[in-house]
Write a protein that binds this ligand. Structure first.
Ligand code: KIV
Ligand code: ZN
Length: 520
């Protein structure tokens, strides 16, 4: 009989750890609700001890998002486990996910302990977690570089201590598909109490094998797969949820397994993640890339017209792509807008609808037809940008002429104070960025600038994404406008605001964050 595979989504925890992908609490709750619509089984909502904001986001998701289990991450330390429980305890289905590194390099170099001592820490953390919460998961971090017999002992001991799920992470994306298959098989054959827990895998994509590794683990008996939407995650990212789910569904004959994912919500979720994080999906990305279902070659089109199965192994509508283009215009009312936003996965409380409608009308007035992609941008602006402004752009003036250095003048406001600065640069965007740096006093290193049109047509919204660094901080800024210079200014200001807000939050804690925010 086909086995159900549990989908554990870690977009909000491991995905969000990706430098620059940070989301604020409002955005995280929005995404948490969409993940519930996608029907994932577990949402890992964050790492509660890492910062007060993470704690707050996990705790609010635990209370507000219904359906999936809500997990929080905790190192194998009593203070982490207790803090994690405080954050998840109000969920209908709370889970504590505790972990410790078990490979030689972690045990000896990072912790400077013996294998026996680390095993004891794992057992103690699981025992404490089980005294607080019914659903406990344990991860042997860097399992795929862990001595096999030791991994077996850790798995056996943590199951005996009460963990219901045991995760075998390939933390550094080192495993090959056949190696991870054999590791999972070895555990099934050598851990006497293995059937008292669900075996899970968590694969990173450093060698581009994370999805293959996850799928081979399923073949070997794993019952849970940890993954992220769009494969978001640090370095090369995590295994992509949509690829795993669609592979299991499309090749059910090979897996004898199924997931309960609502696949028609995949596109909505992918677009929401991309919008909220600023991480653009590459056009040729499997399942959710803009070209994933596009057949350009004439010979393919001919075949498709005769019978779509000639070149199509999945239907676009299965992942939520439809041919019908739904547009709204300047005359569309609030109800039409609200309904369309709901179809796209956004739940908008009535008291916030007024402001979103105003943003919508401003766009509709300029470009007459508002597409779904425009609505995603409007929602991103409403959930992220608005929530995180220190400096506000009041006015932007630019002057360019052939043969002359472009100049820009920006007027910003901060707490009622108005600051105007001008600058010239080697291009209009450069001059704007110089003026903004002068007005805010914040110097950042701009290391990526991209511009793309959100929809087709010369009146399309231009969306600018910048990635900036300042000291140890790194973030993404994003903005859209039919005026691309204005979008460029707003994206840069958005990034500066986000850096300032992070610095402010750390100051409010009184010192540097107690632990590195990106420890894994
Ligand atoms: O990659 C990793 O090992 C992790 C664990 C905490 C599961 O993210
Ligand atoms: Zn990870």
């Amino acid at each position: 009989m086909a086995r159900k595979i549990t989908i554990f989504d870690t977009t909000l925890r491991d995905g969000e750890q990706s430098p620059g992908a940070n989301m604020d609490t409002t955005a995280k709750i929005q995404l948490g609700r969409q993940l519930a619509r996608l029907n994932v089984d577990v949402i890992e909502a964050g790492f509660p001890i890492s910062s007060p904001e993470d704690f707050d986001a996990v705790s609010r998701i635990a209370q507000e998002v219904k359906g999936p289990a809500i997990a929080g991450l905790a190192r194998a330390l009593p203070k982490d486990v207790e803090r994690c429980w405080e954050a998840v305890k109000l969920s209908d289905k709370p889970r504590i996910h505790t972990f410790i590194g078990t490979s030689k390099v972690h045990v000896e170099r990072r912790f400077k302990k013996t294998e026996a001592e680390v095993l004891q820490m794992a057992v103690d953390a699981v025992t404490l977690a089980c005294s607080l919460c019914e659903d406990v998961e344990f991860s042997a971090e860097d399992a795929m570089r862990t001595r096999l017999e030791y991994l077996r002992d850790v798995v056996e001991a943590t199951i005996a201590a009460g963990a219901k799920t045991i995760n075998v992470p390939d933390t550094v994306g080192y495993a090959t598909p056949w190696q991870i298959h054999d590791t999972i098989k070895y555990l099934f054959e050598n851990v006497p109490n293995i059937n008292d827990a669900t075996i899970s895998v968590h694969c990173h994509d450093d060698l581009g094998m994370s999805v293959a590794n996850s799928l081979m683990s399923v073949r070997a008996g794993a019952g849970q797969v940890e993954c992220t939407v769009n494969g978001l995650g640090e370095r090369a990212g995590n295994a992509s949820l949509e690829e795993i789910v669609m592979a299991i569904r499309t090749r059910a004959d090979e897996f004898d397994a199924y997931t309960e994912i609502e696949t028609t919500e995949i596109m909505n979720t992918s677009r929401m993640v991309s919008m909220l994080t600023g991480f653009v999906v590459q056009p040729n990305k499997a399942i959710v890339g803009a070209n994933a279902f596009a057949h350009e070659a004439g010979i393919h089109q001919h075949g498709m017209i005769q019978d779509r199965h000639t070149y199509e192994i999945m239907l676009p509508e299965d992942v939520g792509l439809s041919d019908s283009v739904f547009t709204l215009g300047p005359r569309s009312g609030k109800h039409g807008l609200k309904k369309r936003l709901e179809d796209l996965g956004y739940e908008v409380p009535d008291d916030e609808m007024g402001e979103i409608y105003e943003r919508f009308v401003a766009v509709a007035d300029k470009k007459r037809q508002v597409f779904d992609a425009d609505l995603h941008v409007i929602m991103r602006q409403a959930t992220r940008v608005e929530a995180s402004e220190i400096y506000h752009l009041e006015e932007l003036k630019t002057e360019t002429a052939t043969g002359q250095d472009p100049t820009a003048e920006v007027t910003l406001t901060r707490n009622g104070e108005t600051i105007t600065k001008s600058a010239s640069g080697n291009g209009p965007v450069n001059s704007i960025y110089q003026a903004i740096s002068a007005a805010t006093g914040v110097d950042v290193e701009l290391y990526d600038y991209t511009i793309r049109s959100v929809t087709r047509g010369t009146d399309a919204l231009g969306e600018v994404t910048v990635r900036v660094k300042s000291g140890d901080g790194e973030t993404t800024g994003k903005a859209a406008s039919v005026d691309v210079l204005e979008a460029s200014a707003l994206a840069y200001l958005n990034a500066i605001n986000s850096l300032l807000l992070t610095a402010r939050a750390h100051q409010a804690q009184g010192d540097e964050p107690e632990i590195d925010r990106h420890p894994l």
